[in-house]
Design a protein around this ligand. Structure first.
Ligand code: FAD
Length: 374
């Protein structure tokens, strides 16, 4: 029987462990805290699932397949994890990122519509869109209950035979092994899916992952500002995204502009005054009737950014793989990415060159923003 150790039970590691177990591997999942713990990127209350990725067509395919994969996970677990609310991209440039995205969606036969701002405001009462050229509407995009999905995935992995070890792992010399709180574990493959902890563990290999703090706000809004029926939204040029009130947690507003360098282990988890001001400024600009809404919930999370926002899937020694650099856009893809990585570990597929440990050119076209929150 083939064997694997996966280090890290965020959504990437937990999904991979589950997938490998489903395919008959003997799997050990090593995680230092409980799956869904507050420091991991996967513990955000919600994450968006969108297919638009500018001119790229690799990630849209993956995201579209992921929608079905999440539905499959829902059926296996009886949990509603994906809320298909639809998503609006607020486009200020008539010929910008959203237009390039629409061309790709058209080519891939992924449903979308172009709405004029008046129609968008009809579907999203309270939206101020007088600066918009159009709105790109993805009817099948939506919101994932992320922290819940991470816990559910880890639990299903355990039920599927994955051995779960609560320990902090370090590499075991050079080779397919780890030392987990003193215990040596070996396997045919080791995958380090350690999110923002990866650069500390492998400074030379992934020196180009930058970890930044990201503050998220949920505002108390009137009862009819719920998602659904309100859609999720992304404002690429203004670097903001969010959704209406879901599960009584308030309306989410997050900036995609990267915050200051951050340590996921020792960094405090209190949001900063200036990021609240930025979120409020966005609220006032796009949803003016919500000026003065109270913050009812907030979270500090971290991005693990590569320069080009492409992920890292790379073998650094025989059977030893790094899986990281999600660059703030990895949650939605996790169940399908797990299948892709499982094929690589099995030797039936080579990873795309884009995921290698080469020098990266700075670009942000895969992110949900092209500018700074203002
Ligand atoms: C504010 C914010 C908004 C985002 N929005 C979206 C979105 O809308 N859509 C989307 O698709 N994605 C989004 N993302 C990105 C998404 O959250 C990440 O891509 C995803 O959660 C990454 O998961 P991960 O498993 O790689 O990392 P993590 O969830 O951070 O998990 C890594 C795990 O590894 C464990 N670990 C680390 N080192 C060790 C060790 N030595 N031993 C044992 N365990 C270890 C950690 O404890 C942690 O649990 C967002 C991210 C942020 C921060």
């Amino acid at each position: 029987m083939k064997s694997a150790i996966v280090v890290g039970a965020g959504i990437w590691g937990a999904s991979l462990a589950l997938r490998l177990a489903d395919e008959g591997w003997r799997v050990t999942l090593v995680e230092q805290y409980a799956p869904g713990h507050v420091r991991q990127a996967s513990a955000g209350e919600t994450r968006l699932l969108r297919c638009a990725h500018g001119s790229d067509d690799w990630y849209p395919r993956l995201a579209w397949q992921a929608r079905d994969a999440w539905r499959g996970l829902e059926q296996r677990t009886g949990e509603e994890l994906f809320v298909e609310s639809g998503l609006m991209w607020f486009a200020r440039d008539p010929d910008g990122w959203e237009t390039r995205s629409a061309h790709v969606l058209e080519r891939l036969d992924i449903p979308y519509e172009l709405l004029d701002p008046a129609e968008a405001a009809r579907r999203f009462p309270g939206l101020r869109g007088d600066d918009l050229a159009f709105v790109l509407w993805e009817p099948n995009a939506g919101v994932l209950r992320a922290r819940r999905a991470t816990q559910v995935t880890a639990r299903l992995a355990a039920a599927s035979g994955v051995r779960q070890v609560r320990a902090r792992a370090v590499p075991y010399g050079r080779g397919a092994g780890v030392v987990a709180d003193g215990e040596v574990l070996t396997a045919d493959r080791v995958v380090w899916a350690c999110g923002a902890w990866l650069p500390r563990l492998f400074p030379l290999e992934v020196g180009h992952i930058e970890v930044t703090r990201q503050d998220t706000y949920h505002f108390g809004v009137p009862r009819d500002w719920t998602t659904p029926p309100l859609p999720a939204f992304c404002d690429y040029d203004l670097s903001a995204y969010g959704h209406g009130d879901l599960d009584g947690m308030g309306m989410k507003i997050t900036g995609d502009a990267e915050g200051e360098p951050y340590d996921p282990e020792s960094g405090g988890r209190r949001v900063l005054r200036h990021t609240e001001e930025q979120a409020r400024a966005y609220l006032a600009r796009r949803f003016p009737s919500l000026v003065g809404a109270p913050v009812v919930f907030s979270q500090v999370c971290q991005y693990s950014l590569t320069r080009d926002a492409e992920w890292i899937i790379a073998e650094i020694d025989d059977g030893v793989w790094l899986l990281g650099g999600d660059s703030g856009h990895g949650f939605k893809h996790a169940p399908v990415l797990a299948g892709y990585v499982a094929e690589i570990l099995d030797g039936t597929r080579e990873p795309e060159a884009r995921f290698g440990l080469h020098e990266r050119q700075a670009t942000r076209g895969l992110r949900t923003s092209g500018g700074t929150l203002s």
